[in-house]
Design a protein around this ligand. Structure first.
Ligand SMILES: [Zn+2]
Length: 307
């Protein structure tokens, strides 16, 4: 139910707010007042929170709360209230899977409460300067200093908390150039960030050096880390598993192959859109904030650069 509501409302939100910190009005509480935070149990001690924006991962335990991504700033209090129902301990660490504002919007609020923010070096870099999102024709100003990670890493970093090992692994040029996949190795849970949109066409931020080939490569690596019991928290969409990720990979390989052929035939983007080459996928994958048409544009722009 929440997914349907999300799918309809999120397009409006994304065209207004996009991923940035920029629009104070759009980040205003009124736009988020009806958002409810839904808590989904993933496994013992690990939860996924869905509100508006990227899915949040939460680990609770004796050592404190570990958090993955934090949606939008006006939702921080609701998110904290949802966490308080799971644990009376403070949030100690927050890791951002990438720089987009629907995953980092709560950073400043949480940093002010003493949460230590960790992310890949490129997340730090991108949050420290002005960015641009071609798809939304949107300039994103630098994030406030307090919102930026205080620890950044270049390849992997591992946390040892609540009896678990939590490994963040950087994937180059996938959804962006600063994506981390978070692997709770001994709990068999993976948070993919926006490398994986479960059941939706993904946004690929080519302006932040993302690429569809990089997403495909990263998805293949995540599949290798998973078994049939692995719980997979996607950046967007419902809690998934290895089979969902495999289906997503098959879709990406098929649509990429089709687009490459059409580009080779010399077709323009408008001609390709008219052909609806992915009609067989559009009903199931085109219901998120990346519509079938938008996704063709992302593929075309990304692939034509390579030719
Ligand atoms: Zn994103």
């Amino acid at each position: 139910m929440i997914l349907i509501k999300w799918g309809v409302s999120v397009f409006i939100i994304f065209t207004a707010v996009v991923f940035g910190f920029s629009n104070a009005q759009a980040q205003g509480a009124d736009r988020f007042k009806d958002v409810r935070i839904n808590t989904i149990k993933v496994t013992d001690g690990i939860y996924m929170l869905m509100g508006r924006g990227g899915n949040i991962g939460i680990l609770v335990g004796e050592d404190g709360v570990f958090m993955i991504d934090d949606q939008f700033a006006p939702l921080t209090d609701k998110i904290k209230a949802a966490i308080a129902k799971l644990s009376d301990k403070p949030v100690r660490f927050l890791i951002n899977t990438h720089w987009h504002g629907d995953h980092t919007g709560g950073n400043e609020n949480l940093a002010k409460q003493g949460v230590v923010i960790v992310a890949h070096d490129n997340v730090y870099e991108r949050m420290s300067k002005e960015g641009f999102l071609t798809l939304f024709q949107k300039t994103v100003p630098p994030a406030p200093e307090k919102a930026r990670p205080v620890i950044s890493f270049n390849d992997t970093v591992t946390f040892h908390l609540n009896g678990l090992d939590i490994r963040a692994i950087h994937h180059k040029h996938a959804h962006t150039d600063g994506d981390s996949v978070i692997h709770f190795t001994n709990a068999n849970v993976i948070h993919t960030g926006d490398i994986f949109f479960n059941g939706r066409y993904p946004f690929i931020d080519t302006n932040s050096e993302g690429s569809v080939q990089g997403v495909i490569k990263a998805v293949k690596q995540i599949i290798k880390m998973a078994d049939n019991n692995t719980k997979i928290i996607p950046g967007h969409g419902k809690l998934g598993n290895k089979k969902d990720l495999q289906n997503y990979l098959d879709m990406l390989l098929t649509v990429t192959d089709r687009m490459q052929r059409l580009i080779k035939e010399g077709k323009s983007l408008d001609e390709i859109k008219a052909l609806k080459p992915n009609a067989d996928y559009d009903d199931s994958y085109g219901s998120g904030f990346i519509s079938a048409e938008k996704f063709l544009g992302i593929l075309y722009d990304g692939l034509i650069k390579k030719d």
